[in-house]
Design a protein around this ligand. Structure first.
Ligand SMILES: NC(=O)c1ccc[n+]([C@@H]2O[C@H](COP(=O)([O-])OP(=O)(O)OC[C@H]3O[C@@H](n4cnc5c(N)ncnc54)[C@H](O)[C@@H]3O)[C@@H](O)[C@H]2O)c1
Length: 334
């Protein structure tokens, strides 16, 4: 099939692109390169530099496409709180242009990267897709707004969409060639590994008095390769005329911040002392997915999402790419 992958130069997008190509699909990436890197895109894919809100770019890349995988967007919670307009413009208004262009070019299948942030602070754990959606930040609000738009468009234009609500994407491609290089990096595992690579002996986690076994927050980490595999399965379903769905993607087991730091120490052989800092406003005790629906509907299994494999793969990437896709800012290897 011919697939347009928006945000295909980013962390999850680049690894998804490679999985799609390996599965025999033809891929075009549409990315502004504002956050993503050209070097992250597999040579077998073609690249259109542009926004999902750019109608002329969409008219160049959509003809002949069978489906769109929409991963493009802004992803920083704190930034979304400081500048919600920018988040709604890029995560809702811009891809609305894309939906209109898809309808005009008769592309009726979409896979959308939504997020566990749509649930806010759910009272239940594990979280099923039927849990109430009550985002507590503008990032989550913007992703939920686009999900709702997809509901409306489904009724009018017959669009079939699979909306993946990812939990915490983590890890790197097992060969160590593609990985996480956000700017700024706010995700826990790359921050711990960067601290270790910089020779720091202490690492601060946010809060130690949560209602969890060791007092630190518990989160659900899902390997980026498992996310990519889910996209290939979603495409097979939509490509054979299957219906849309809302599906959580998580490992179904949570790990506390302390457990994550300990695993990084075990894998790298570098000890680090944990300092307990203040809580971050709005951080729930525990966010763990139920992935039963993704397993039942797609046959998806989180094969690499145990914490040891995630950290080992992340470590391989960060050791060989200490400055991400940038060259010339070396750090001590892990
Ligand atoms: N990383 C996670 O843990 C996580 C968790 C839940 C959901 N998600 C969602 O997954 C998607 C990918 O996340 P990621 O971690 O790979 O982020 P990323 O920042 O690495 O990748 C996003 C890509 O989108 C591009 N982009 C942004 N706005 C664009 C636009 N208007 N038009 C075209 N390209 C644009 C960026 O240049 C970048 O290459 C996002 O939609 C994010 O909300 C990520």
């Amino acid at each position: 099939m011919r697939i347009l992958v928006t945000g295909g130069a980013g962390y999850i997008g680049s690894i998804t692109v490679r999985s799609l190509l390996d599965a025999g699909h033809e891929v075009t990436v549409l990315d502004t390169l504002e956050k993503g890197r050209r070097a992250a895109i597999d040579d077998r894919a073609s690249l259109e530099v542009g926004s999902v809100g750019d109608r002329a770019a969409l008219d160049r890349v959509l003809p002949g496409c069978d489906a769109v995988m929409h991963l493009a967007g802004y992803i920083e919670v704190a930034e979304s709180q400081a500048d919600p307009d920018r988040y709604f413009a890029n995560n809702v208004a811009a891809p609305t242009v894309m939906l209109a262009a898809m309808a005009d070019h008769c592309v009726d299948a979409l896979v959308f990267s939504s997020t566990a942030a749509v649930y806010g602070q759910p009272a239940v754990s594990p979280i099923t897709e039927d849990a109430e959606t009550m985002p507590i930040n503008a990032y989550g609000e913007s992703k939920l707004a686009f999900e709702k738009l997809l509901d409306s468009v489904a009724g009018v234009a017959g669009l079939r969409s699979i909306r993946f609500r990812y939990f915490n994407a983590a890890g790197a491609s097992p060969d160590g060639l593609l990985g996480e290089a956000h700017r700024p990096e706010t995700h826990l595992i790359p921050r711990i590994l960067a601290a270790m690579a910089a020779g720091r002996s202490r690492f601060e986690v946010y809060g130690g008095d949560y209602d969890t076994p060791d007092g630190t927050c518990v989160r659900d980490y899902v390997h980026v390769s498992d996310l990519a595999a889910a996209h290939v399965l979603a495409l097979e379903r939509l490509g054979t005329g299957g219906p849309g769905a809302v599906l959580n993607l998580g490992n179904g087991r949570g790990y506390s911040n302390r457990e994550v730091v300990a695993m990084c120490a075990e894998v790298t052989g570098r000890a680090v002392t944990i300092d307990i800092g203040p809580r971050r406003p709005g951080d729930p005790d525990r966010l763990v997915a139920s992935h039963d629906r993704a397993t039942a509907e797609l046959g998806w299994i989180a094969r690499r999402s145990d914490l040891h494999t995630i950290v080992e793969d992340a470590c391989r990437w960060h050791s060989t790419h200490p400055s991400g896709y940038e060259k010339g800012r070396p750090q001590a290897p892990l």
